[in-house]
Design a protein around this ligand. Structure first.
Ligand SMILES: *Cc1c(COP(=O)(O)O)cnc(C)c1O
Length: 482
C-alpha cells in the first residue's frame, strides 16, 4: 500500500504506513490517503461478522499497513482493544464488545440505535483511535531507535485522550497546553491527575486559542522542532482515521443479520475525522446507505452538504456551544473527501484549498461536482442548544437512556433522515458526565458517573502554570528533553 497527498506530492514516490504514521501534513500541505482503497470481498465480510473487535481491527488495519508484520500488528490490536481498556460500559454484559450497540427503539420504520464509542479511559470516542496510536507509536519508535515529544493544545477531549494513550509509553513524552482555569472541574481532574513522568500538563494563562497559537509558533520554529523531535497527534493523522474505520464494520454487523442488508450512520461532526472513516468504510464495500453529517451551530459542513458551498468561518464567527468538541471554523479532514469527490484530481484540490486560504472557501455547485455528493451517500443537518436539550430530555423519557450533548446533536439530525427498513446507527461520541451542565439543564439531575471516576476531582493534580508566551514553553520543553 502506497500513500499519496491530496495535493499531488509523492506521486511516483513510495510512502508506507509507517513512513506517514508519525508525521502530519504532506510536504505540499495536503493530507495523505492510500493510492487506492482496499476492497472487502463478500467472503471476507461474511468471515468478519463473527470476529471479536481486536481481530476485526487487525483484519482491517493490515489492509492499510502492509509494512507491519502480521504477528506484530495482531499483538498491537489485541493489546489495544481489550475489555480492561474499554471498561466504562453502562451495562456490564457488554464489556467484551468494546463498542456495544444499544437499540433505543423503532423510529421511522427501522431500529434507531446508538453505537457506544465512549467506554474508553477518557469517556469520548477519541480513545478508540488514540489508544491504538499510543501502541503504534511506541512500536515504531522502538524499531527505529527514535524518541518523540508530542506537543498539543486542548480544550478537553483530544488532550486527555492523547495523554491516556501515551502515558507510560517508552520513547514518548507529551506536552499538553490547556487554558488555565477554563476547563470544567471534571475535565481538569481527568488530565491533571495523571502522575506519569512522561506526561506534562501546561496550564497557559490565556484562552484555548492562545494555546493553539503557541503550538503553531513552536511548530513554525523548524530548527527547534527538529532538534526537540516535536510531533503532534491531531485529527488529520492518518492512523487515527483508519482506526476509526473498524467500528463502522462492527456497528454494521451488530445492527444486521446478513450482508445483504444496508444501514445508515449519523455522525456528530467537527473536523470530519470520524465521518471520513465512515466514508472510507463505504468505499471499501461496507453496505452503507447514508452517511449523515450532524453539526451544531458551527454548521460549516451542513452548509456544504446542503448547498455545495464550503465557507470557512473566522474565529469571531465561531460559536462556543454546549457541544464544544464540534466547535470548528474549518473541518481539517474535509480535504480527504473532496479529493474523492473530484475523482482524485490533485490539481483541482490544490486550487480549491488555495481558494480556501485566499478567498475563505469555494463553491462546487456551479461546476456540477456537487451533484456527485449523493453518489457518496452524504446528507446533513444541524442542531441548536435548544434542540440538544429537547433531545436529551426526550431520549431519557422515552428510552431511559442518558446521552451527552454531541450524541444529542446526532440523534436530532438522524431523526430527519430515517428511512423505513434501513437501521439508523448514531455514533455516541461521549458520555454525559463530561458535559454535566447541559444534562442538569435538560433533566434537572446529575449525569451518570462511571464508577472509576468517583471522586476524581479530589485526587492530587500535577501541572505547571506558564504565561502566554511561546518562548517560555520552548524553554520548558527543552529543559525536560535534555
Ligand atoms: C472530537 C469530537 C467530535 C467531532 O469529531 P470529528 O472527528 O472532529 O468530526 C464529536 N464529539 C465529541 C465528543 C468529540 O470529542
Amino acid at each position: 500500500m502506497n500513500y499519496i497527498s491530496t495535493r499531488g506530492a509523492g506521486i511516483g514516490e513510495r510512502h508506507t504506513f509507517s513512513d506517514i504514521l508519525l508525521g502530519g501534513l504532506a510536504k505540499d500541505g495536503g493530507l495523505y490517503l492510500p493510492n487506492e482503497y482496499p476492497k472487502v470481498s463478500a467472503d471476507e465480510l461474511a468471515r468478519w461478522r463473527a470476529l471479536p473487535y481486536a481481530d476485526l481491527a487487525f483484519e482491517i488495519l493490515r489492509k492499510f499497513s502492509d509494512d507491519i508484520p502480521d504477528e506484530d500488528l495482531r499483538e498491537l490490536t489485541r493489546r489495544t482493544y481489550t475489555a480492561q481498556v474499554y471498561c466504562n460500559v453502562r451495562d456490564e454484559e457488554n464489556a467484551a464488545q468494546i463498542t456495544p450497540l444499544k437499540t433505543l427503539g423503532v423510529e421511522g420504520g427501522a431500529p434507531l440505535s446508538l453505537l457506544e464509542l465512549s467506554n474508553g479511559p477518557t469517556l469520548a470516542f477519541k480513545d478508540m483511535a488514540m489508544q491504538l496510536l499510543g501502541n503504534l507509536f511506541e512500536y515504531t519508535l522502538a524499531k527505529h531507535g527514535q524518541t518523540l515529544n508530542i506537543l498539543g493544545a486542548t480544550s478537553g477531549d483530544t488532550g486527555s485522550a492523547a495523554e491516556y494513550a501515551m502515558r507510560g509509553k517508552k520513547g514518548i513524552r507529551v506536552f499538553m497546553l490547556s487554558p488555565h482555569k477554563k476547563m470544567s472541574a471534571f475535565q481538569t481532574a481527568q488530565m491533571y491527575s495523571l502522575q506519569d513522568p512522561n506526561i506534562f500538563n501546561i496550564a497557559i494563562e490565556g484562552v484555548f486559542d492562545d494555546c493553539q497559537d503557541i503550538v503553531k509558533a513552536v511548530s513554525n520554529d523548524h530548527a527547534f522542532k527538529a532538534q526537540q523531535k516535536i510531533g503532534t497527534v491531531n485529527s488529520i493523522n492518518w492512523a487515527r482515521v483508519v482506526a476509526q474505520v473498524v467500528y463502522y464494520f462492527k456497528g454494521y454487523f451488530a445492527a444486521t443479520k446478513s450482508n445483504d442488508e444496508r444501514v445508515s450512520f449519523t455522525v456528530p461532526s467537527g473536523n470530519f475525522g470520524n465521518v471520513c472513516a465512515g466514508h472510507i468504510a463505504r468505499m471499501m464495500g461496507l453496505p452503507v446507505e447514508k452517511l449523515v453529517v450532524a453539526t451544531n451551530e458551527n454548521d460549516v459542513l451542513d452548509e456544504f452538504f446542503r448547498t455545495g458551498i464550503y465557507r470557512v468561518r473566522k474565529s469571531s464567527e465561531t460559536y462556543h456551544t454546549s457541544s464544544p468538541s464540534m466547535d470548528i471554523s474549518k473541518a481539517s479532514n474535509f480535504e480527504r473527501f473532496v479529493f474523492d469527490l473530484l475523482g482524485r484530481d490533485p490539481k483541482r484540490v490544490l486550487q480549491l484549498f488555495r481558494d480556501v486560504e485566499e478567498k475563505g472557501g469555494f463553491d462546487l455547485q456551479a461546476s456540477g461536482d456537487f451533484a456527485r455528493v449523493q453518489e457518496f451517500g452524504f446528507v446533513s443537518g444541524r442542531s441548536s442548544h435548544d434542540d440538544r436539550v429537547d433531545t436529551i430530555r426526550d431520549v431519557f423519557e422515552q428510552y431511559d437512556t442518558m446521552i451527552d450533548t454531541h450524541t444529542a446533536d446526532g440523534v436530532k439530525v438522524a431523526r430527519e433522515h430515517l428511512q423505513a427498513g434501513i437501521p439508523m446507527i448514531v455514533l455516541e461520541t461521549a458520555q454525559p458526565i463530561k458535559f454535566g451542565e447541559t444534562i442538569r439543564e435538560a433533566l434537572e439531575r446529575e449525569p451518570e458517573r462511571p464508577a472509576a471516576f468517583s471522586g476524581i476531582e479530589d485526587l492530587p493534580q500535577r501541572f505547571e502554570v506558564l504565561g502566554n508566551d511561546a518562548e517560555r514553553v520552548k524553554e520548558f520543553v527543552a529543559e525536560r528533553t535534555r
